[in-house]
Design a protein around this ligand. Structure first.
Ligand SMILES: Cc1cc2nc3c(=O)[nH]c(=O)nc-3n(C[C@H](O)[C@H](O)[C@H](O)COP(=O)(O)OP(=O)(O)OC[C@H]3O[C@@H](n4cnc5c(N)ncnc54)[C@H](O)[C@@H]3O)c2cc1C
Length: 344
């Protein structure tokens, strides 16, 4: 179905963004392939899943948007567990819930993340000590550069902290995602995140029933406004708006001694939330007259309090960036994909 002038605000969780030139919705994988090939002939094109990692400009997107609504999950049992292949348009959290119900393990800590399965490799989604790369084996990909439809091994995607080649330059569309999951006879995946271990009342490294991990993660996420809720404007966001900066160990030593940090190879990862708060931008903060604000529950979430524009979200993002740069000399990098001329 072709629709003209659909507002991208209606397709994104930040609820901002002007009209799409035209919108093609794909309900089957064959349709997705046909729509994307068709869209390549246009001036510009954009694939949209759940719109939960997108900031789209108020003047919209003057090209073709392909909305991914494909469905289907199939699996094979293996000696180690299960191999699962999932259509790109499957809603991520419903899929995770189904794996937990079936007694499959590996995804439970990624419960409550919005969006679609097809977008999950784009920024190598992660939470509570688990990243997609822990369980992703390969993706079926339609490559815009070559026109080829082929399976790519996870290693070819260069998955890293909130990044992959798909987020940075490799254009095309993920059609199917394949995971290697365990089964709960193995007792669940070891808990790797201190806050989660604390809430579960276990020690880091303990194996916990996946259903218990899922319910605890959902409760933790809800307390931070990180589970979508139409009635809670703190969740009208793109999740964390900035990634945690990675700096050299030498630079990290120049920061205040109480600034949290974690070693990443020879470098050091900093807490973006700590930097923002200690630069004087607190939860609930908004610029005068703006409908965009910092979540009252989570420093890293920039939210739409109802009626915000993309320009207001971008203005707040720049304010946060400048505050942290001036105070600590650290440049915060936005995590969502920005469509339009909004953030340098
Ligand atoms: C409340 C909230 C909490 C969040 N928490 C987390 C979290 O804990 N961890 C985390 O990592 N992220 C989190 N996010 C971010 C977001 O949910 C994820 O990045 C998610 O994977 C985006 O999926 P989507 O379908 O909504 O992608 P979209 O926003 O629709 O698209 C994002 C990017 O992926 C591309 N894309 C989408 N589908 C495809 C496809 N099939 N093939 C190729 N490219 C595609 C788009 O073109 C775009 O560039 C959160 C967001 C919100 C709103």
């Amino acid at each position: 179905m072709i629709v003209a002038d659909t507002l991208l605000a209606d397709l994104t969780t930040l609820r901002v963004g002007g009209a799409a030139g035209r919108l093609l919705t794909a309900d089957t994988t064959d349709e997705l392939v046909a729509h994307v090939r068709h869209a390549w002939g246009d001036d510009d094109w954009l694939v949209v899943g759940g719109g939960s990692n997108l900031l789209v400009a108020d003047d919209g997107f003057d090209g073709t948007v392909v909305l991914v609504r494909t469905r289907g999950v199939e699996h094979d049992t293996t000696t180690d567990g299960v191999t699962v292949r999932v259509a790109a348009g499957e809603p991520w959290d419903a899929f995770v819930a189904s794996t937990v119900e079936r007694g499959w393990t590996g995804l439970e800590a990624l419960s409550g993340i919005p969006g679609t399965v097809g977008a999950s490799p784009v920024q190598n989604i992660g939470a509570y000590g688990v990243e997609l790369s822990d369980v992703l084996t390969r993706v079926e990909f339609l490559d815009a550069a070559t026109g080829e439809r082929a399976w790519l091994d996870a290693a070819e995607l260069e998955l890293g902290y909130r990044t992959s080649t798909l987020k940075h330059g490799r254009r095309g569309v993920v059609l199917t995602v394949e995971f290697a999951l365990g089964t709960d006879v193995q007792g669940g995946v070891p808990v790797r995140y201190a806050q989660l271990a604390g809430s579960l009342g276990v020690t880091l490294g303990d194996r916990v029933d996946p259903a218990q991990v899922r319910s605890t993660v959902l409760a933790l996420r809800s307390s931070k406004g990180m589970v979508l809720d139409d009635d809670d404007q703190d969740t009208w966001s793109a999740g964390s708006f900035f990634t945690n900066p990675i700096v050299s160990a030498g630079f990290a030593e120049s920061l205040p001694a109480d600034a949290p940090s974690w070693p990443v190879g020879e470098d050091v990862k900093l807490s973006a939330a700590w930097l923002i708060e200690h630069a004087g931008v607190h939860r609930g903060y908004a610029l005068a007259g703006s409908r965009a604000g910092i979540s009252t529950k989570h420093t890293l979430a920039l939210t739409n309090r109802g009626g915000a524009t993309a320009a207001q979200v971008a203005e707040l993002a720049r304010y946060v960036q400048v505050s942290v740069l001036n105070r600590f000399g650290v440049a915060l990098v936005p995590e969502p994909v920005v469509v339009g001329d909004l953030l340098a």
